[in-house]
Design a protein around this ligand. Structure first.
Ligand code: GLC
Length: 447
């Protein structure tokens, strides 16, 4: 078991190196994070059972929706701009999305090949999208006049999605949200409020698949009584998955805006531009190709990719997000299996391609199509056969000691996003780049 872990960890560090192409990643926090894997309120065996669907799902939709969507200047506007609470609250009178806007989110998620959704039920601003008995500062008792989380839940389930709730522990609106750190009576009231809302979320909608906490400022795990809270959650929802942001490790880690593989189950969450909440002028969109490459990188490291949309206040999805996810969806229509069935893959070095693995099959995902020859260095296995994916048309190949070349390929990429060659190997595909550097025969000086 221990040596198994070491091997996995080494693999992961390799994966991380390759991920740096797309995202800033460093290996140090990975080790720190792994080493600090601490208490959970469940056993590993139970976790394996509960996480099966999640590991297969791989791709989910994150939705940031709240009063900040009305402002359209990022979900942190309230704090970044120092907006007084009394002024900010007025937004609740204007936040009235069109009925069942979430159905379009769920349809888009499905079309993109996503399998689960996670929506903000309450972000740092403190406004609740759900109907709660614990405050009037919620969609049901303000302009919207209805429970937006219920609409989301219904939409996601009808589209066959697994359902997750994001819930921010930090609260900029609640009177005890900051003083709870210094005043124990305030802490008691605030923690009761938070636990009470988490209980409502776990009781009022039906089966819940993911609870996604965020920002645990200003308390410690003890202060939040996180163990007690999560035990309650598991009692109400025995199959639920809980993330690590209530300051206890629980089921999965949550690297944010970067891809960081670890030995524990992990999910990278990422924006499509630079904002989680709707930001009307943020035009820094990632291309569909970048999104597809990121998804492949996550699948290769046996992790998940939770990709965000920030709907406008009426609930409509910005056109750019629709366009990007539609393009990714067209690719997923033909390649979804490679993502959902991907196992941890030790092959990752190439300047033109990325890789996934299922059993002894290596999938070469070429994102920069070089023309009629694709070469892969350092493969330790014998290649038995190669074909285009998904057409199944045979690909010629030529293997030497340090490289395999796929030849006779079309001059232009078969797929505008990422073109795949399926390679059957004589064992689990492995790559050894150092072998090339150290052992490739060299020539005499001056020749
Ligand atoms: C950060 C931000 C928050 C966002 C979250 C998503 O913690 O504070 O705005 O919801 O990341 O992971």
């Amino acid at each position: 078991m221990a040596s198994n872990h070491t091997f996995t960890r080494r693999n992961m560090l390799g994966s991380v190196g390759a991920a740096a192409v797309l995202s800033s990643v460093s290996a140090t926090p990975l080790l720190a994070q792994e080493e600090s894997h601490g208490p959970t309120t469940s056993t590993v065996a139970d976790r394996d059972r509960r996480m099966k669907w999640w590991h297969e799902a791989r791709f989910g939709m994150f939705i940031h929706f709240g009063l900040y969507s009305v402002l359209g200047r990022h979900e942190w506007a309230m704090e970044m701009e120092g907006i007084p609470v009394a002024e900010y609250e007025q937004l609740a009178k204007r936040f009235n999305p069109k009925p069942h806007a979430a159905r379009a989110w769920a349809q888009l998620a499905k079309q993109a090949g996503m399998k689960y959704m996670v929506m903000t039920t309450k972000h740092h601003e403190g406004f609740c999208n759900f109907d709660t008995k614990l405050t009037n500062y919620c969609a049901a008792k303000q302009a919207a006049g209805r429970d937006l989380v219920a609409e989301y839940y219904e939409a996601a389930r009808s589209a066959g999605m697994q359902v997750g709730f994001y819930y921010s522990l930090m609260d900029w609106h609640h009177p005890d949200g900051a003083r709870c750190a210094k005043d124990d009576a305030a802490r008691r009231r605030f923690v009761d409020y938070i636990h009470g809302q988490v209980k409502e979320l776990c009781s009022n909608y039906g089966k819940l698949d993911v609870l996604w906490y965020d920002v645990a400022w200003p308390l410690s795990a003890e202060g939040w009584e996180s163990v007690k809270m999560n035990k309650m959650v598991r009692q109400l929802q025995p199959d639920i998955l809980i993330n690590n942001r209530a300051k206890i490790s629980e089921d999965f880690t949550t690297p944010e805006q970067r891809i960081q593989a670890s030995a524990e189950p992990w999910e990278s969450c990422m924006t499509m531009n630079d904002s989680w909440g709707y930001n009307r002028d943020d035009d820094d969109w990632k291309s569909a190709k970048t999104i597809a490459r990121n998804l492949i990188t996550c699948a290769r490291g046996y992790g998940n990719y939770l990709l965000n949309i920030g709907p406008r206040p009426d609930g409509s999805i910005p056109e750019e997000s629709v366009r990007i996810l539609t393009d990714v969806g067209r690719w997923m229509d033909q390649h979804a299996d490679l993502i959902h069935k991907a196992e941890l893959c030790n092959v990752y070095r190439s300047q033109v391609a990325n890789f996934t693995r299922t059993g002894n099959k290596l999938y070469v995902h070429v994102h920069f199509w070089p023309g009629d020859v694709v070469s892969v260095g350092g493969l330790s296995n014998k290649v038995l056969s190669a074909k285009h994916y998904p057409s199944g048309q045979p690909v010629q190949f030529h293997q030497e000691d340090f490289r395999v070349q796929f030849t006779g390929l079309p001059a232009t990429a078969p797929d505008p996003l990422v073109s795949v060659i399926e390679v059957e190997c004589d064992g689990e595909p492995k790559q050894d780049m150092l072998n090339i550097r150290e052992n490739r025969p060299r020539r005499e000086v001056g020749v």
